[in-house]
Ligand binder design. Sequence first.
Ligand SMILES: Nc1ncnc2c1ncn2[C@@H]1O[C@H](COP(=O)(O)OP(=O)(O)OP(=O)(O)O)[C@@H](O)[C@H]1O
Length: 261
Amino acid sequence: MAMRRLELRHVRKAFGGLDVLADISLSVGAGEFVSILGPSGAGKSTLFQLLTGAQHGEGEMFFDGTPLDDHGRHFAFMPQRDALMPWRRILDNTTLGLEVQGIRRKAARARVAPLFAEFGLAGFERHFPAQLSGGMRQRAALLRTVVQERDMLLLDEPFGALDALTRTAMQRWLEQMWRHHRWTALLITHDVREAVFLSDRIYVLSARPACIVREIKVPLPRPRSLGRADALQTSTIEAEILDILLNPEPNPHSSKGHDHD
Ligand SMILES: Nc1ncnc2c1ncn2[C@@H]1O[C@H](COP(=O)(O)OP(=O)(O)OP(=O)(O)O)[C@@H](O)[C@H]1O
């Protein structure tokens, strides 16, 4: 694996008496695309909250080999919903992360504007979010995330709200963009196909209280294709993951109780 950027060792998190993350150890290498796949409510978003510093847990988190402290410097986070501000034009939505960093709007616009074509948004700079399709809004949200030039992207189910066809188109587009930019990326998703299509490696989570039940390498060549060439290998990996998710082994951590729902 490439040089480790992010490493978590035995990370745990409980909310009051509710054990959410029981034991999470994982790593993401430089320029690697890694996914976390798990059942609904397993604690995937909670894990991202620990990474962004919105919540505090137990265990150890390292970035480039040193304890993770300045969360904002390392991570650019794209939430599940596009979270575009309806009253701001698309150009000024995509500058938001830079403005939060203290960059003046004019300078932020100058940095973002040249990227509109690459993100399929050329000509829509002065539109409002409601005037864009769901896929375009997600591309704008991703643009807002990547221009922050942090060390690593955290993507929380970025395509979950899109219809199946748009989602597939967006996955292809993201894979192409990732090949070009080689972002270090950690994706949360429920979607087995999406994880296999996009990832170099996948961590499969158990149900809550979550631990990692399997790490799966995805040896498919890039560029990835949805065509017949990779179909057999792709569906074999998907079947392996579905089997893990649908026939879980007993969770060694659930004996601690608190698992009420
Ligand atoms: N701030 C909080 N206070 C109390 N409980 C919380 C808090 N945040 C999350 N939880 C609980 O932690 C559990 C995991 O939530 P989380 O959103 O991390 O799961 P998830 O795997 O991202 O779910 P989904 O896939 O449905 O988005 C849930 O039972 C949730 O109710």
